[in-house]
Each structure stands twice: as structure tokens, then as C-alpha cells.
Write a protein that binds this ligand. Structure first.
Ligand SMILES: Cc1cc2nc3c(=O)[nH]c(=O)nc-3n(C[C@H](O)[C@H](O)[C@H](O)COP(=O)(O)O)c2cc1C
Length: 170
């Protein structure tokens, strides 16, 4: 365990320890893809919690087909870059490093504000139906409007920040 807690070099960075936050989609950026205080609070909490390295949620890289879902952060314009700088500054102030995960949605796109034409290496579409993600004031929710057989379902799963997920009938 002591090795895990010790400072280490990674690429050209020195990390406080070997604990790293895996990249996790959060759908909490502004609708135009600008990183905001909700995101800064989230990443700062992990930094203050002692993680040596944070890897961000997947972040889109162009105003073409790379965005994959609503409220995903981008890193393609001044406002988005400034939003990320604020997050980076807070994470650094708390003693952690942060790497941005660059992502292209490919055929998995659910929502894209720039184009309705997916761009992917192969023409075949993915099977099934994407879950609709919603952002609510009481946490992150997904509402499944159809099951795998195409039958409508009305269960909503709500995961409050820091709390247990619960299924609700809607
Ligand atoms: C809610 C959620 C969102 C995720 N979003 C991303 C993502 O944006 N990019 C990515 O590469 N992996 C994403 N993952 C995968 C995680 O980074 C991780 O690889 C996965 O949870 C398996 O971790 P484990 O090997 O520690 O079990 C996500 C996982 C979860 C649970």
C-alpha cells in the first residue's frame, strides 16, 4: 500500500500518489459545451480527496461530428477553454494533476448540436436504442422510454449526488 501512496512520475508530471480518477461521463456542462462551476466542484472534490491524477469525462474536439451527447463539454472555443482553465486551476490548487480525455462519438452519437450526420469508420449503425440522459436538480437520471423489445417502460433511475440510486415510476 505504501507504494500506492508515494509520489510518482507520470509522463513529464509528478503525481502526489498513484490514485487516478477514471474518465466518467457526467452531462453537466452548459448546453453549449462550456465547462461550469458544477464540473469544477466535482473535479475539485476528487482533488481535495487526495487523488494524484484526474482524467476528465470524454470531451469533444470539433464542431463537426465529435460531440456525442447533450451537456457534454467541448474544448473547441474560447469559452470552453476558459471553463476548463478554471477547473484546472482549482484542481492544481488542491494538489492534483488533471488530463483531459479527448473523445469522438463515432457511431455512438446520441445528441450533437453541430450536425445530424454521424461520422464513423463503418457505415453500419449500432443496434438498440440509446438511453436518454437527463440532468435534474436532484441528481443525474436516465429515463428508459423503451425496453430491448421496444415496449415502453416508465421507470426512471435517479442517482442523487453522494446518495443511493433509486428507481421511480414516472
Ligand atoms: C458513469 C460512467 C461514465 C463513464 N464515462 C466514461 C468516459 O467518458 N470515458 C471513458 O473512457 N470511460 C468512461 N467510463 C468507463 C470508466 O472510465 C471505467 O473504465 C469503467 O467504469 C471500468 O472501471 P474499472 O475497470 O475500474 O471497473 C464511464 C464509466 C461510468 C460508470
Amino acid at each position: 500500500m505504501s507504494d500506492v501512496m508515494q509520489s510518482t512520475r507520470f509522463t513529464n508530471q509528478t503525481l502526489a500518489n498513484r490514485f487516478a480518477l477514471a474518465p466518467m461521463t457526467r452531462i453537466s456542462a452548459e448546453p453549449n459545451g462550456t465547462p461550469n462551476d458544477i464540473m469544477a466542484d466535482h473535479y475539485e472534490a476528487y482533488a481535495k480527496g487526495g487523488f494524484g491524477l484526474l482524467i476528465t469525462e470524454g470531451t469533444y474536439t470539433d464542431d463537426g461530428a465529435s460531440q456525442g451527447y447533450a451537456n457534454q463539454p467541448g474544448i473547441i472555443n474560447d469559452a470552453q477553454i476558459e471553463g476548463w482553465k478554471a477547473i484546472v486551476n482549482r484542481v492544481h490548487a488542491a494538489g492534483s494533476k488533471i488530463f483531459v480525455q479527448l473523445m469522438h462519438a463515432g457511431a455512438q452519437v446520441q445528441a450533437n448540436q453541430y450536425t445530424n450526420q454521424p461520422a464513423a469508420p463503418q457505415r453500419s449503425q449500432t443496434q438498440g436504442r440509446a438511453t436518454r440522459f437527463l440532468w435534474r436538480s436532484d441528481g443525474m437520471a436516465d429515463a428508459k422510454d423503451h425496453d430491448h423489445s421496444g415496449h415502453p417502460v416508465r421507470d426512471q433511475r435517479v442517482c442523487p449526488v453522494g446518495g443511493q440510486c433509486q428507481s421511480r415510476r414516472i
